[in-house]
Write a protein that binds this ligand. Structure first.
Ligand code: GDG
Length: 483
């Protein structure tokens, strides 16, 4: 029986080694949840890096680790710490990530990290080739593995391969600056189907295919000598039921069972009944525009001083890639901005910003989503932004306002939110004012439309649509049909 093989940089489980005892705990991330239906149906295998380098895995535990992962349908690719440095922290996160998010000045073009990226992509491809049969379906995920489709195709020309990019694909003018642009495009063209979050990313990709490789493109089909590659957009959804049910359960929780965070939030609301909480949640990443948001918040408080002592901005910045210099600098910048703004504006009874630099448990995330009147998400560039969708899913009484950057992929499907340009402070200040003043009826009308849409096109539907399109493509592909 044919199986589905999913490949991503990280596995959907986290390995823990405690006094020689090994456990593999399922991750709660969006990708892991989204792929659950694909991963659990029929036979399937997930291949990825375990998160521990070869140096960190004692040889005598190797077998136990493999069997712990096998219980979760997973198989690991072994990477040394030098490979992780060059491939993950290097080419993936110092070259591709900034370039694809339009931070050209941060993008480093280092031959050695490109070489490591190629070698590690080959390791992933070899792991697939070792475990895949000809009729298996292979789904490769994200920017860390863009060469894998072609590497697999070379050895298994008839295998059905899909690729999904979770981050934006930049315009041709940006992409063309990459010294290894042809190799990256050729790597992706090993796929039968290439998926993006939005139609814009799809268009940018097709334009690079035409202008860099000179290939024939008709609508969303790319014609190669022996195959047709289809390109399409699949906007990723969320596990809607999980978020709305968690919020319902949270709402019905007796006071004494509430978390400490929740009771503190309640206490503040009770002491200032017309207080408003603004929420901002992101990984600490320059693409998310956190520093700009802090400056815009200060601008708003100066333009609308009537909200001083009433509005609080809660910032949850989740630590990320902290050994890449740009992330260390950004952390310092945000620490300083929060300190300065709080220092200049705070009063004895009011702190304008509550800043959390940590990852919170899921329950606390729900506390924040359900307690905050306004979610304010202003990435400078973001493939999709799932936080925006999660916030709406938790608003079980349909109150709440979402202020969202136009530069997030999710803005395409969330027109009922208040959309802003993250660089326009005047517009942002006026929009926060509008959100605070928005009648509850209007909030509910907007959220009703959003909720229905998010519930219908959830993450399971996203994964199934992609898989269906991939199988259709295989059946249509002349190379496959004439076999
Ligand atoms: C990439 C693309 C694209 C956040 N803080 C905590 C926590 N989270 C969870 C959220 C959400 C996820 O992390 C973040 O997802 P995003 O989509 O917002 O952003 P990226 O991590 O940058 O993801 C992005 C995505 O891939 C999917 O394709 O949308 O554009 O950049 O699910 O809930 N979860 C917990 N504690 C936290 O403190 N438990």
């Amino acid at each position: 029986m044919a199986k589905t093989i999913i490949i991503s940089n990280r596995l959907p489980v986290q390995l823990q080694i405690d006094n020689g005892r090994i456990s593999a705990i399922p991750s709660v991330g969006g990708l892991a949840t989204g792929m659950k239906s694909v991963h659990s149906e029929g036979e399937s295998l997930w291949i990825g890096w375990s998160g521990l380098t070869e140096e960190e895995i004692p040889e005598e535990l190797e077998k136990d680790i493999d069997s712990a992962l096998a219980k979760h349908g997973s198989s690991k690719v072994k990477l040394t710490s030098a490979e992780v440095d060059g491939f993950y922290y290097g080419f993936s996160n110092r070259t591709i990530w900034p370039l694809f998010h339009y931070f050209l000045e941060y993008s480093e073009f280092e031959l050695s990290s490109w070489e490591t990226y190629k070698a590690v992509n080959q390791k992933f491809a070899d792991a697939i080739l070792e475990q895949a049969d000809d009729d298996d379906i292979i789904w490769v995920h994200d920017y860390q593995l863009m060469l894998v489709p072609q590497m697999v195709r070379e050895k298994r020309p008839e295998t059905s391969i899909g690729f999904f990019l979770h981050i934006p694909f930049p315009s041709f003018e940006i992409f063309r600056t990459l010294p290894w642009r042809e190799e990256v495009l050729m790597g992706l063209l090993g796929s039968d189907l290439i998926g993006f979050h939005t139609y814009d990313y799809e268009r940018h990709f097709l334009s690079s295919i035409r202008r860099i490789l000179g290939l024939e493109v008709s609508f969303n089909d790319i014609y190669l000598d022996d195959r047709i590659v289809k390109v399409d957009s699949f906007p990723m959804g969320i596990d809607y039921a999980k978020f709305s049910q968690a919020a319902k359960k949270h709402r019905d929780l007796p006071k004494k069972e509430q978390s400490e965070l929740q009771s503190r939030l309640n206490k503040h609301k009770e002491s200032t009944p017309d207080a408003k909480f603004l929420l901002s949640i992101d990984r600490l990443d320059y693409s998310k525009g956190i520093a700009k948001r802090l400056n815009a918040y200060e601008y708003f408080l100066n333009k609308y001083p009537q909200y001083k002592e009433k509005v609080r901005l809660i910032i949850l910045a989740v630590p990320s890639r902290s050994n890449v210099p740009q992330y260390q600098l950004l952390k310092r910048e945000i620490d300083e901005l929060v300190g300065r703004i709080n220092g200049e504006l705070a009063t004895v009874s009011w702190t304008p910003i509550w800043y959390f630099y940590r990852s919170m448990p899921f329950e606390n995330l729900i506390d924040l989503y359900t307690s905050c009147d306004i979610a304010w998400l202003t990435p400078i560039r973001d493939g999709m932004n799932l936080v925006a969708k999660e916030y709406i899913a938790t608003r079980t009484d349909r109150s709440g306002v979402l202020i969202l950057s136009e530069m997030a992929g999710s803005a395409n499907e969330m027109n009922e939110a208040l959309l802003i340009n993250p660089n326009n402070f005047e517009q942002i200040a006026d929009t926060i004012h509008k959100a605070i003043q928005m009648p509850v009826k209007e909030q509910k009308d907007r959220n009703e439309v959003l909720q229905k849409r998010l519930e219908r096109y959830n993450v399971e539907k996203w994964a199934n649509d992609f898989m269906r399109s991939l199988t259709d493509q295989r059946d249509k592909d002349p190379a496959y049909v004439t076999r």
